[in-house]
Ligand binder design. Structure first.
Ligand SMILES: Nc1ncnc2c1ncn2[C@@H]1O[C@H](COP(=O)(O)OP(=O)(O)OP(=O)(O)O)[C@@H](O)[C@H]1O
Length: 302
């Protein structure tokens, strides 16, 4: 478990993090969500002892990172996808880390296989694509088989297959009982991965809640619907108090009702649905506005 308590960090006149407190429980994927520049990376660097807070503390299983006797066996972190020597092979990079951390060389081969880099392990890491670099960073984080893991924007620059792979890996690590903290500035991506959420805006806490509760609150106002019997469904939506805009052949956009309610109406009417999708762009926008406003409001109140 990670406990962040009253952390403040300033860089000159910039306050990157201000009086931030939250918990990251074991056995779940906790999403660390906030717009660019909201202090996520700074907080993660403080948790792993790469930066010192001006106030407050960050504890991993009750201890500051610098007091952990075997840091690599206790905390793994992907903070910088390019944090390797470009002239070194992936295997040599991991071997050096393993030696420094007192880990057996056999573990290097295990993590290379785990992240799917076995076949390219002897290539210079400088020739890797962004996605391969991310996999190497994840291999380094997993080297000590640690119970606590931090990933800073792990899906940045990955293709859809790579994104799915990271998502599955994070969920598996949490299912094994580990404490998993993963940052992102995209709510839609987090919604598919995290069970628990810590939301920050301008370095301050905006929300600490379950993903389900957060999505309920920010449920998008608009839902795209496609059906071969869209007129019949539109009448039912209007009858239930929703609003309907036409959106082309066999398509409408509904506002005023959640996707679940529209799905239930369709079922009750015996209408087939070809699409029922919350407007993700609207979701991101609503979320970004709210984080900005909440942070300003809290700043004003404090
Ligand atoms: N080493 C540093 N020196 C000066 N300012 C910094 C430093 N590190 C971070 N900052 C500033 O602190 C604020 C928070 O940055 P941080 O990188 O923690 O945010 P973030 O939420 O991780 O954003 P991103 O998603 O863009 O990485 C920003 O205004 C940033 O410019």
């Amino acid at each position: 478990m990670i406990q962040v308590r009253g952390v403040t960090k300033r860089y000159g006149r910039v306050t990157a993090v201000e009086d931030l407190s939250f918990d990251v429980p074991d056995g779940r994927v906790t999403g660390f969500l906030g717009p660019n520049g909201s202090g996520k990376s700074t907080t993660m660097r403080i948790i792993v002892g790469l930066d010192r807070p001006d106030a407050g503390s960050a504890l991993v299983d009750g201890r500051p990172y610098r007091d952990l006797p075997w840091p690599l066996r206790e905390v793994g972190a992907l903070l910088d996808a390019r944090g390797f020597h470009p002239g070194r092979s992936a295997r040599r990079h991991l071997q050096a880390l393993a030696r420094a951390g007192g880990l057996p060389a056999s573990r290097v081969e295990e993590v290379l296989d785990l992240v799917g880099l076995g076949a390219v392990a002897d290539r210079r890491a400088g020739t890797f694509s962004l996605g391969m670099g991310q996999r190497l960073g994840i291999a380094a984080a997993l080297l000590g088989d640690p119970p606590t893991l931090l990933f800073d924007e792990p899906v940045n620059g990955l293709d859809p297959e790579g994104i799915r792979w990271v998502r599955t890996l994070l969920r598996r690590l949490a299912a094994e009982g580990r404490c998993v903290l993963v940052s992102s500035h995209l709510l839609a991506e987090m919604a598919l991965t995290a069970d628990h959420l810590v939301v920050v805006g301008r370095g301050r806490l905006v929300a600490e809640t379950s993903m389900a509760a957060f999505l309920e609150q920010y449920a998008p106002a608009r839902v795209r619907v496609a059906s071969p019997e869209v007129d019949r469904l539109a009448r039912a939506v209007l009858g239930a108090g929703g609003r309907v805009e036409p959106a082309g052949e066999g398509r409408i956009v509904v506002s005023g009702l959640h996707a679940a309610a529209i799905g239930e109406l369709a079922h009750a009417e015996g209408v087939v649905l070809h699409e029922l999708s919350p407007d993700q762009a609207g979701l991101e926008e609503a979320f970004l506005q709210t984080t900005a406003q909440a942070a300003e409001y809290r700043g004003g109140a404090a």
